[in-house]
Design a protein around this ligand. Structure first.
Ligand code: GTP
Ligand code: MG
Length: 202
């Protein structure tokens, strides 16, 4: 399950404008700055295919990347970015959620959660929204390379992830699949690509 070709296809701001060739979509969503674009680059082994930034709010459209000429990785704008103008944020949130509800070729949403910090309410709510709308989801815990010495209540990525899974269990009859990842060490890369390959064969 390796990537041999990856090419940017187009940026869209509504579902109708997305590629119409009916290849399956695998979408990356999560809070601004959680590492969506970095994960995409890690998965395809390219440094700058998707643009990344230290400042949140970098990705502002629905970006389709065609992989191996047979499926799409879709990079989406982040949610919860407080500094973007209110109107822009509402717009991103609107077309992203509409994309989840309307895109018929969407196979799975990867909801990225920063495992270097304790669970955030906005992420729990987003997982709840996806679950309520029966949108297939896999959780990806990002930044698992950030392992500070345990002091002053700073927790390890595994502990933050376990706490998150515990808190969202009320939204799910069965817990969603989850994968620990890092774009710095490429942890999780093979597991995510294998997961995609398995989902495509269903
Ligand atoms: P938006 O497009 O603004 O929503 O952000 P994004 O989710 O696409 O995040 P992006 O990939 O642009 O990364 C944001 C910042 O986090 C950058 O400074 C990255 O270098 C850093 N980062 C991303 N992934 C990791 C990771 O796995 N580990 C560490 N330590 N830093 C990461
Ligand atoms: Mg981005």
């Amino acid at each position: 399950a390796q990537v041999s070709t990856a090419e940017f296809v187009k940026s869209s701001t509504c579902t109708e404008d997305c590629p119409a060739d009916s290849l399956p979509d695998f979408a990356l969503v999560g809070r601004s700055n959680v590492g969506k674009s970095s994960l995409l680059n890690s998965l395809v082994r390219r440094k700058r295919l998707a643009l990344i930034s230290k400042k949140p709010g970098k990705t502002q459209c629905i970006n389709h990347f065609r992989i191996n000429d047979s499926w799409y990785l879709v990079d989406l704008p982040g949610y919860g970015y407080a500094s973007a103008p209110q109107k822009l944020r509402i717009n991103w949130d609107g077309f992203t959620k509409e994309y989840f509800l309307k895109r018929e070729t969407l196979v799975c949403v990867f909801l990225l959660i920063d495992a270097s910090i304790p669970p955030k309410k906005i992420d729990l709510e987003y997982a709840g929204w996806l679950s309520q709308n029966q949108i297939p989801m896999t959780l990806i815990f990002t930044k698992c390379d950030k392992r500070k010495k345990k002091k002053n209540g700073v927790k390890m990525p595994e502990e933050n992830a376990a706490e998150f899974l515990n808190l969202i269990s009320e939204y799910f009859q069965a817990a969603p699949p989850w994968i620990m990842a890092s774009s710095v060490t490429n942890m999780g890369r093979d597991e995510i690509l294998l997961h995609i390959a398995q989902l495509r064969n269903y």
